[in-house]
Each structure stands twice: as structure tokens, then as C-alpha cells.
Design a protein around this ligand. Structure first.
Ligand code: C2O
Ligand code: CU
Ligand code: CU
Length: 497
């Protein structure tokens, strides 16, 4: 199998002006390269957090062989390196902000002290650096990190300020999961690349309501990625790092995949399914078996077509928008609408090998939290109106503490969506269990078992989750992870004290 590491164009980066990115260079470089050619998937460099510096900068990267674009990312690649660690380790990470504006990194899904959580209040100026130190206490799982400054999380993450953060532990080791070249990190994004090589991010008015949708899928910062595979089982560690897109993961041949984990690590048991939905911020740990395929076969991991859950009308935003409306006029200029099909990555079977079938072993059990023992229930309404997004009628205020939670208690939080857009609701500092969904889809999905930190709430739904706030005291965030909504104010502070 060919594993390609793109060259870091370090020598060029110093010459790139922060405000005027190398106009013309892309066109010259792209000569002879088909505009929509696919590119080998990049495996980001794997790093340990034991003594790590993540230096964010604006630099020129290859998004396909010979095709360059301007990324904002930590390190040399088009997205950040893959951080690999184990439960019980200590992370000592220095973030250097070489971006032309304030930034900060957040470790999504990890339970860390407030000072290490990386919310907007901790953002540092351009040129400054920030030291994180925290013990890794979470279970083995597929976590990630991304920029989280006030009002700029969307654009920075979109341009490359994100990466995977994989935790391992003994329970996971015992399962003998595919590893090495059969373990594929996959940070999925959708972007629009302008003719000037800049990842265009200028949400129009209607996009400031529904969300921002790219026209092209990226995997680990590579445009239209492909991967050569052998006739055996692979483990895909998928992060939905899009700005606003719900991914309906499915194989183009319709064959089932095995879901073994989600946001907070391994499920209590593996699940076979032909498709699953991931909102922005959610993760899927999937086994895909190519052993029945012949050499030469191509199969794609899709975001399969679906009817957008957005409900238009009554918002005074005019017509002609929204994925549910066909979206013909939006292709190109406006990106692929919510629910439009995207071929996220193409797998090409190039080698026959003796299959290494993976047999389900015993998964670590998960004890359900008892709703009858919750100290209280809080209700949060997610609302959008007039270009503003808020929770319980308020837009985010960095300094205001919206909810006080008592340390050590277990609570039920109910997310209510009577508005027109789906919301992937995320809580910092806890992993929760999804208790129930009333209205809308009216059921819990098989991929919503186990521990999660982000859950999709469609229009018309009330989704309840249960969590115990017993790790750290301090101020944390709860917000919609549609980054346009988050930046638009759909976020609040809660304090555990
Ligand atoms: Cu990925 Cu505040 O979150
Ligand atoms: Cu988070
Ligand atoms: Cu939202």
C-alpha cells in the first residue's frame, strides 16, 4: 500500500504574506492537473502529547499533488498532526499562535481542568503561546482537537486548525483491532477552494442561518482523497470536522460496516449497519471489510443522499435555500446542500492478501446512568432568528455564567429544538449517555449508545442526556457544534462548583 506524506512547503511558508496569499501561484502549480483529480490520502504525522509543541501558522500546503492552497494549521500539514496517547498519560502541550488573530485549541471530548479546556476566554493573541498540562483520564476512543476562539471557531477550523486525538487503553488492546496501516484516521471536512487557493469562507445571509456547506470533500486536509487497500478489514476513525454538514456515512456498494465506537470510545457491543449519521463534532469508529472484493474494485465511503431535516418557511428568509429544496442553483456557488451526496474517500482494492477477519471479542460493558437518581433536569431551547442563534433566548456572552452545576451530581439535560435547523449539541467536560428522543425521529439510534459528547437534535425533537459532573470544578461550555451557529451565539457557559 502506498502511504504518501505530502511535502511540507516550509521554505515557501516564510514568504507567504498573512494578508495576501500568493495569488497566481495556484494556477501555475495546477497546470496539467485535472481540476477534480483525486489525491492519495495523507496520514498526518503521529505525535505524543508528552512534550508537544503545536505551532499554528498560515502556510502553503498541498491539497493534492501539485495543487496548493493556504492552510491555517498547527504543524507542517494541511491539518494538525494526529495526537496519540493512552489513558493515564500526562499531556504537556504548548500552543504557539502564529495566526494573524487570536486563537486557542480545545481538546474535544476530553475531560480536563478548566485552564486546559481551551474555550474562547482562554484565547491568546497572535504571537503568544499557551501551555496546557493535564492528565489523560478518558477511555480509549476517537477524540479530536480544534480551534475555539470567540466568533472565529468556524473559519479557523475550516482552514485546517484541527486534528485527531486518539486515546488507547488496555480494554481496547484486548480486542485486537486492525492497527498499523490498517487503521485509518479520517478527519472529514467540506470546503470551497477559491481560484486564489484560499479556502473561501464567507457565509452568505442564508448560510449564517442554516450553515455553511462546501462543494468538495477533504480527508485529513487532502482534496478528494483515495486510498489503496488490501482485501482485509480496516479500522476507520472518522471525525465529522465539517462546518455544518451532517454526514450520512455509507459504503457506495451498500454493504454493511461494523460500528465499534463513537464519541466516548467503544460501544458496549459492535453494531452492523449500512449507514449512520454524524453531526459536526461526532465521531465513528468503524470496521470495513474489503475481503470479498476483487483487486481493481473501487468503493467509496459516502455521505449518502438524504432529505435535509431543516424546515424552511416561517423564518422570513425568502425562498430558494435549503437542502430540502433540491438545491440545483446552489451547486458550485453555494456548495453541496445539506443532504447532498458526497464521495468522501475512494478506496481502491489493489492487493489480495490473506484476510485477517476480525472476530468480535468482549467489549467493555457500560453501566447505564439512572435517570431516577438525577439531582435535577435542565431544559435548553435552541433558537435561531434574524441572523442570531441562542440558547434559552440568549446569545453567548463569554463572561456570563448561565448555569451552576453542583460538583459530583448527576443531571439530565434536555435539548429542545422547535426551530428550523438541526443542531449537533455538544457539552464540554462530560461524556453523557443519550436517554431519549421525543418527537422527530422519536428513537435513539444504534450509534447513540455508550458514551457521547455531541448529539444531533433535529427540528421538532427533544433529546435528553444524562451526565455526572464529577471530574473537575470550573467553567465549561455547552453549544451547538454547527460552527456557524456556535460563532453566531448558540453557546453558553456552565460552572461546576
Ligand atoms: Cu468541539 Cu466547544 O467544541
Ligand atoms: Cu468540546
Ligand atoms: Cu445549531
Amino acid at each position: 500500500m502506498q502511504r504518501r506524506e505530502f511535502l511540507a512547503l516550509a521554505g515557501v511558508a516564510g514568504a507567504v504574506s498573512l494578508t495576501r496569499p500568493w495569488h497566481g501561484l495556484l494556477n501555475a502549480a495546477a497546470t496539467g492537473v485535472p481540476a477534480v483529480g483525486r489525491a492519495p490520502l495523507l496520514f498526518p504525522r503521529v505525535v505524543s502529547p508528552a512534550a508537544l509543541t503545536l505551532a499554528a501558522r498560515v502556510h502553503e500546503v498541498e491539497i493534492a499533488p501539485g495543487v496548493r492552497a493556504e492552510a491555517w494549521s498547527p504543524g507542517d500539514g494541511p491539518v494538525g498532526p494526529t495526537i496519540r496517547t493512552r489513558t493515564g498519560d500526562t499531556a504537556r502541550i504548548t500552543f504557539e499562535n502564529g495566526l494573524p488573530e487570536p486563537s486557542i485549541l480545545h481538546w474535544h471530548g476530553l475531560r480536563v481542568p478548566e485552564a486546559a479546556d481551551g474555550g474562547p476566554r482562554l484565547a491568546i493573541d497572535s504571537g503568544a503561546s499557551y501551555r496546557y498540562e493535564f492528565p489523560v483520564i478518558d477511555r480509549a476512543g476517537t477524540y479530536w482537537y480544534h480551534a475555539h476562539p470567540h466568533g472565529r471557531t468556524g473559519v479557523q477550523t475550516y482552514r485546517g486548525m484541527g486534528g485527531l486525538l486518539l486515546i488507547g487503553d488496555a480494554a481496547e488492546d484486548a480486542l485486537g483491532l486492525p492497527s498499523g496501516e490498517r487503521e485509518i484516521p479520517l478527519l472529514i471536512q467540506d470546503r470551497r477552494v477559491g481560484a486564489d487557493g484560499v479556502f473561501a469562507y464567507e457565509p452568505a445571509m442564508h448560510e449564517q442561518m442554516e450553515g455553511f456547506f462546501g462543494d468538495t470533500p477533504f480527508g485529513n486536509g487532502v482534496r478528494l482523497p483515495t486510498l489503496e487497500v488490501a482485501t482485509t478489514t480496516y479500522r476507520l476513525r472518522v471525525v465529522n470536522a465539517t462546518t455544518s454538514r451532517i454526514l450520512r456515512l455509507a459504503l457506495s456498494n451498500g454493504k454493511p460496516m461494523t460500528l465499534i465506537g463513537n464519541d466516548g470510545g467503544l460501544l458496549p457491543a459492535p453494531v452492523r449497519l449500512t449507514q449512520l449519521d454524524l453531526g459536526t463534532g461526532e465521531r465513528a469508529d468503524l470496521l470495513v471489510d474489503f475481503s470479498a472484493l476483487k483487486v481493481g474494485t473501487r468503493v467509496a465511503l459516502l455521505s449518502a443522499k438524504f432529505a435535509s431535516p431543516a424546515r424552511m418557511g416561517g423564518m422570513g428568509m425568502g425562498g430558494g435555500m435549503g437542502g430540502g429544496m433540491g438545491g440545483m442553483g446552489r451547486m458550485g456557488a453555494g456548495g453541496v446542500p445539506q443532504g447532498g451526496e458526497m464521495r468522501l474517500i475512494e478506496f481502491e482494492v489493489t492487493r489480495a492478501v490473506k484476510p485477517m477477519p476480525w472476530r468480535a471479542a468482549k467489549f467493555p460493558s457500560i453501566v447505564p446512568l439512572d435517570v431516577s437518581r438525577a439531582a435535577r433536569t435542565r431544559v435548553f431551547r435552541f433558537e435561531s432568528a434574524m441572523m442570531r442563534h441562542g440558547i434559552n433566548g440568549r446569545a453567548f456572552d463569554m463572561e456570563r455564567i448561565d448555569e451552576q452545576v453542583r460538583f459530583g451530581e448527576t443531571e439530565v439535560w434536555t435539548f429542545v429544538n422547535d426551530g428550523p435547523f438541526p443542531h449537533p449539541v455538544h457539552m464540554h467536560e462530560v461524556q453523557f449517555q443519550v436517554v431519549e428522543r421525543i418527537g422527530g425521529r422519536a428513537t435513539l439510534m444504534p450509534w447513540e449508545r455508550g458514551w457521547k459528547d455531541t448529539v444531533l437534535v433535529f427540528p421538532g425533537e427533544r433529546v435528553s442526556v444524562i451526565a455526572t459532573f464529577d471530574r473537575h470544578r470550573g467553567r465549561y461550555l455547552m453549544h451547538c457544534h454547527n460552527l456557524v451557529h456556535e460563532d453566531g451565539g448558540m453557546m453558553m457557559n456552565y460552572e461546576i462548583g
